[in-house]
Design a protein around this ligand. Structure first.
Ligand SMILES: NC(=O)c1ccc[n+]([C@@H]2O[C@H](COP(=O)([O-])OP(=O)(O)OC[C@H]3O[C@@H](n4cnc5c(N)ncnc54)[C@H](OP(=O)(O)O)[C@@H]3O)[C@@H](O)[C@H]2O)c1
Length: 173
């Protein structure tokens, strides 16, 4: 059965995108080999993303995993325009079901903070893998945003380093 994995790179101060969905801060940060990234990419059967992640992913520069992964991609959106290679789905539960079926026994990589939060709140998220990057952004899109606060317990799966990146992998308790 497929597992849903929130897979993302985060600044040390907890942001996954700079203001205005700016992702230029990621440039060069994954330059050194990271065996955890390679292992995860090899295990991904499908990708699930939100509209904000979809927009850059349709461009040559913003390809999913830099073009190193190919497979079915599902986008949860209420109003995005279609693009070849992406399946647009309006309902989160239907998108998760379709992505899980497509992934088989592999991972469904969840890309995009809002989409991951919605999966978590729906009790659908299994694991979180964050690559902590040595940069501070000060503002932007948070890894997990819940106004008023909440607590989600995570159990460690694997902690490691690759160059300046810290890999922090957890299971949702
Ligand atoms: N650091 C990394 O490794 C990494 C990886 C991936 C992405 N990112 C970045 O992270 C940012 C994306 O995060 P995000 O949280 O802004 O967006 P997101 O999860 O990519 O997409 C959110 C979108 O989900 C759609 N949606 C559908 N139903 C919804 C509902 N009921 N409630 C709320 N949204 C719903 C909305 O699009 P509609 O209005 O079309 O419905 C909304 O804009 C982007 O800047 C992306 O480039 C970073």
């Amino acid at each position: 059965m497929a597992k849903l994995l929130y897979h993302i790179t985060m600044s040390l101060d907890g942001f996954v995108a700079a203001p205005g969905d700016d992702m230029t801060w990621l440039s060069g940060l994954h330059a050194e080999p990271n065996p955890v990234v390679e292992r995860v990419i090899g295990g991904i059967g499908a990708v699930l993303m939100g509209h904000h992640t979809y927009a850059p992913a349709t461009t040559a520069e913003g390809e999913v995993y830099g073009g190193r992964w190919r497979g079915p991609i599902f986008v949860v959106t209420r109003d995005a325009a279609p693009s070849p290679g992406f399946t647009l789905v309006g309902d989160l539960g239907e998108a998760v079901a379709a992505a899980s079926a497509a992934a088989g026994d592999g991972y469904v990589a969840v890309l995009g903070a809002t989409t991951a939060r919605r999966c978590l709140e729906a009790g659908l998220l299994d694991e979180v893998l964050v690559h902590v990057a040595p940069v501070l952004l000060g503002d932007g899109v948070r890894l997990f945003d819940h106004p008023g606060g909440t607590r989600v317990r995570l159990d460690p799966v694997e902690l490691s380093h690759a160059g300046a990146i810290t890999n922090a992998w957890y299971r949702v308790a």
